[in-house]
Design a protein around this ligand. Structure first.
Ligand SMILES: Cc1cc2nc3c(=O)[nH]c(=O)nc-3n(C[C@H](O)[C@H](O)[C@H](O)COP(=O)(O)O)c2cc1C
Length: 363
């Protein structure tokens, strides 16, 4: 199987092509410090030469939008993550941290002084936010970021990238997908600014590129991944011309020499509802592969069979399996041997303790 072949991902000699994508589990301890259980969970899923991408992790208090998600902006966060990193390294795994700012998807209960969440423009998404106490309420109208506040966020990304380095991670992934802050800047249904961060595609891409530059002052480019979800409507996202937008963004990332591009197939809405997004193309990996010369990770609804097909057709170099990795701690071995898979239980995806987290059986 192609899934069971080695691949050189930047500095990392991977021994197989099965990647664990970032998966929010809302089980961090007080103040967003990863719990000791997180070390068990990631350790169970690590394999020699296998790549794991840790769950989305807020770069600042302002960037948080869900209860009990982890942070990477205090020394306590660094110490908490260091224990998780150790568990993955002991198994010979490579471990990347996903850097996250949710923008308008946050709720005032997470913000200092109960202020409104921030966004490129004061446009409220449709749908419901999580509050800090796990209840669901309609999203609020966000505060339109001033230019100086945007620069503060870039600085927060740089500081968080530094903390990820101190925690011992192998690299970082910039989360510019799934309707969070960086995608809100990219797409024109959320970004209606008239300054140098809005309007043209070039302007709307500016924040992502500035964040990449800031993070690259800490990490070499080949240890930085970028995650995008073109054509996705998760988080109430839409763009008037996504094809043109991503045909601009992706070649730029390619020229910069980032370590990898991580794309989410939009047909299955982030794997969350299982509904089909009928406005989306069949495969964004096939669509955008010609615009990126580095390694590409595909994610979204893959099975062993469809992953083989994507790898054999060159649509991707590596394939990430989200819900299947939640339910199968030994997923690479199972996929490669064609063994039966445990079924994921969506009821235990978010919040809680060991149940549905560290108690899925191995073969
Ligand atoms: C419970 C859950 C949590 C997720 N959390 C994140 C996250 O933190 N960051 C992210 O970029 N994507 C997140 N996703 C999306 C997954 O990484 C993946 O792209 C999606 O589940 C589709 O892949 P799958 O069909 O193999 O599950 C999450 C998905 C699920 C089901």
């Amino acid at each position: 199987m192609k899934l069971n072949t080695s691949f050189q991902l930047g500095p990392w000699p991977l021994s197989h092509r099965v990647v664990m994508p970032p998966l929010t589990r809302m089980r961090a301890g007080a103040n967003g410090v990863p719990s000791p259980l997180a070390a068990v969970y990631y350790g169970q899923r690590a394999t020699p030469g296998g790549l794991l991408i840790a769950e989305a992790t807020q770069i600042s208090r302002q960037g948080q939008g869900y209860p009990q998600t982890p942070g990477i902006y205090t020394e306590e966060h660094v110490r908490g993550w260091a224990d998780v990193v150790k568990a993955v390294k002991e198994k010979g795994g490579k471990f990347v941290l996903q850097l996250w700012h949710v923008g308008r998807i946050s709720h005032s209960s997470f913000q200092e002084g109960g202020k409104a969440p921030v966004a490129p423009s004061a446009i409220k998404p449709t749908g419901n936010a999580f509050t800090s106490t796990f209840s669901r309420v309609p999203y609020e109208v966000p505060h339109e970021l001033a230019l100086a506040e945007i620069q503060d966020i870039v600085a927060d990304y740089r500081a968080a990238a530094e903390k990820a380095l101190h925690a011992g991670f192998d690299g970082v992934e910039i989360h510019a997908a799934n309707g969070y802050l960086l995608q809100q800047f990219l797409e024109d249904n959320a970004n209606q600014r008239q300054d140098r961060y809005g309007g043209s595609i070039e302007n709307r891409s500016r924040l992502l590129f500035e964040v990449l530059e800031a993070v690259s002052e800490v990490w070499p480019m080949d240890r930085i991944g970028v995650r995008l979800s073109p054509f996705s409507d998760v988080g109430d996202m839409a763009d008037s011309n996504p094809q043109a937008l991503y045909e601009y963004v992706i070649p730029h990332l390619s020229k910069k020499g980032i370590g990898y591009l991580h794309l989410i197939e939009p047909q299955v809405r982030a794997g969350l509802t299982g509904e089909i997004n009928t406005n989306a193309p069949d495969s964004v990996c096939s669509l955008f592969r010609p615009f990126f010369s580095g390694p590409l990770i595909a994610s979204g609804g893959f099975t062993a069979e469809s992953a083989e097909e994507a790898l054999n057709h060159g649509a991707a170099d590596l394939v990430a399996f989200g819900r299947l990795f939640i339910a199968n701690p030994d997923l690479p071995a199972r996929l490669i041997s064609g063994a039966e898979l445990n079924a994921p239980n969506p009821k235990t995806f978010y919040g809680g303790g060991e149940a549905g987290y560290t108690d899925y059986p191995t073969l």
